[in-house]
Design a protein around this ligand. Structure first.
Ligand SMILES: *Cc1c(COP(=O)(O)O)cnc(C)c1O
Length: 448
């Protein structure tokens, strides 16, 4: 399909050909490039894994793997499996993300099934409404590969949580009924495992809602099933702009010829691409690996968006790093490389508080007219603040303000949280936890 033989060779290596032939003796390049072939032949058993990789586990270890698999099922695309390097496989970043680890059965202190309370913040099935102006819509619970570090591990392979068409309609209705929702994130599972037509229907329905300004899709197919990014898919997606896509590369090894080709197609269709990595122990917890990853991403027109601290989901303890490791990585990126290659490091607050950005400290001290800062090299500098700054008391009477906001288009929402404390037009002076005893006493005494 328009590729010269040379690129074809790189896409279908000898090693991949061997794997394809073991799966199906007559398979050819055209099968390898067919995403449905990979789905049909996804590796779901330990025996198959051993057979295809040539890796042999001990009987004891296998028994334990089976227990792990009963709890958290296995699924690997032949493509992603082909990226595992057999020598030293136990430390291979692809192997670690794809294959069972018996430590998944350990439930460590403070781990939870649903650490982000996604199910609690769900007004209707399939919708998570956590932030004022955007919602998560789960459209699929199927994935090409089951990432071992999945934050929604509790739902993987769970037949009861497959969203059917009526559930998705309910979700779309919820969005229609909530004019504050201007950004819809399709997630899952992987939305790209739906058929083109079905996804087209969902996107058309969402596009018909006047207040939905942007649609985002989160998918790992460019990483684990790059052949899913077909010309037909891309031509369909193009009809629904503004559409943004976030993908999930964790290691530079994942940016193969096939993956890069998929990214090129998406970028050529005018889709802004972002990447969300998860910081994983023994996979990418290294400043050099991360720098290499972000450089490879931007060379492929993918903007590193978030670096996630690994969530407190059950079975992930062996993947978790201290927060300090993330800060160390951010220290090695900020200033040292292009600003647009630096992701925002976030901790998704357990209990559903949303993403909280964390980074090294750059402000060292402050006076009434000077800020003391340090840069990435350790140079300490001072910024002289303006002698005169006429701060206008903002009453949110934007009609009269000379900053000329088009009030009809401006965001109407009142400030919440810390923004509320900072504002002039709201007289809240403190935020108090709901179970504060001192305040409870006041209420009993009829005060306040
Ligand atoms: C991550 C997330 C979003 C989107 O957050 P952004 O910071 O805008 O990318 C929205 N809803 C939920 C529930 C999320 O977890």
């Amino acid at each position: 399909m328009g590729h010269n033989t040379k690129t074809m060779e790189k896409i279908f290596t000898k090693h991949q050909e061997t794997i394809a032939h073991k799966i199906e003796p007559k398979s050819q390049l055209k099968n390898w490039r067919d995403w449905k072939w990979h789905m049909r032949h996804a590796i779901k058993t330990i025996d198959e894994f051993e057979n295809l990789t040539g890796i042999q586990f001990s009987a004891e270890e296998k028994k334990k793997f089976e227990e792990t698999q009963d709890r958290f099922p296995l699924s690997i695309t032949p493509y992603y499996l082909s990226l595992i390097k057999k020598e030293n496989f136990r430390h291979d970043p692809v192997y670690k993300q794809a294959f069972l680890d018996n430590r998944e059965l350990i439930v460590a202190n403070s781990e939870m099934g649903d650490p982000l309370s996604e199910d609690h913040d769900s007004p209707v099935p399939g919708i998570t409404h956590r932030y004022p102006d955007r919602v998560l819509l789960l459209v699929s619970n199927v994935c090409a590969m089951y990432c071992r570090h999945c934050t929604r591990k509790r739902k993987v392979g769970d037949r009861d949580s497959i969203p059917d068409k009526s559930q998705i309609k309910e979700g779309i209705q919820y969005i229609k009924d909530h004019p504050q929702v201007r950004d819809v994130l399709l997630s899952g599972g992987d939305p790209f495992l739906l058929s083109d037509d079905y996804l087209d229907w969902i996107l058309t329905e969402l596009r018909a809602i006047p207040h939905v300004q942007v649609i985002r899709i989160g998918t790992r197919t460019p990483v684990v099933l790059p052949y899913r990014i077909t010309d037909d898919l891309v031509n369909m997606l193009k009809k629904h702009h503004p559409l943004w896509i976030n993908t999930h590369f964790n290691h530079p090894r994942e940016l193969t010829t096939s993956a890069r080709e998929a990214l090129t197609k998406l970028a050529d269709a005018g889709i802004p691409l972002g990447n969300q990595s998860v910081l994983l122990a023994d996979v990418n917890d290294c400043p050099r690996i991360m720098k290499d990853l972000v450089h490879k991403l931007v060379m492929n027109r993918v903007r590193p968006y978030y670096l996630y601290q690994c969530d407190l989901s059950e079975g992930l303890s062996h993947f978790r790093t201290p927060v300090g490791k993330g800060i160390e990585i951010m220290e090695s990126l900020i200033g040292h490389t292009s600003g647009f290659a630096v992701p925002t490091y976030v901790i998704d607050a357990p209990g559903g508080g949303g993403k909280i950005p964390v980074m090294p400290n750059y402000i060292i001290s402050w006076s009434t007219n000077k800020v003391i800062l340090r840069n990435y090299e350790g140079v300490i500098t001072s910024y002289q603040e303006p002698d005169k700054y006429e701060s206008t008391i903002c009453d949110r009477n934007c009609d009269k303000c000379n900053l000329e906001l088009d009030v009809a288009e401006g965001d109407e929402m009142n400030a919440i949280g810390i923004e509320q404390l900072l504002s002039d037009y709201d007289d809240t002076i403190s935020l108090i936890p709901s179970n504060n005893e001192r305040y409870e006493r006041r209420n009993e005494d009829g005060q306040d």
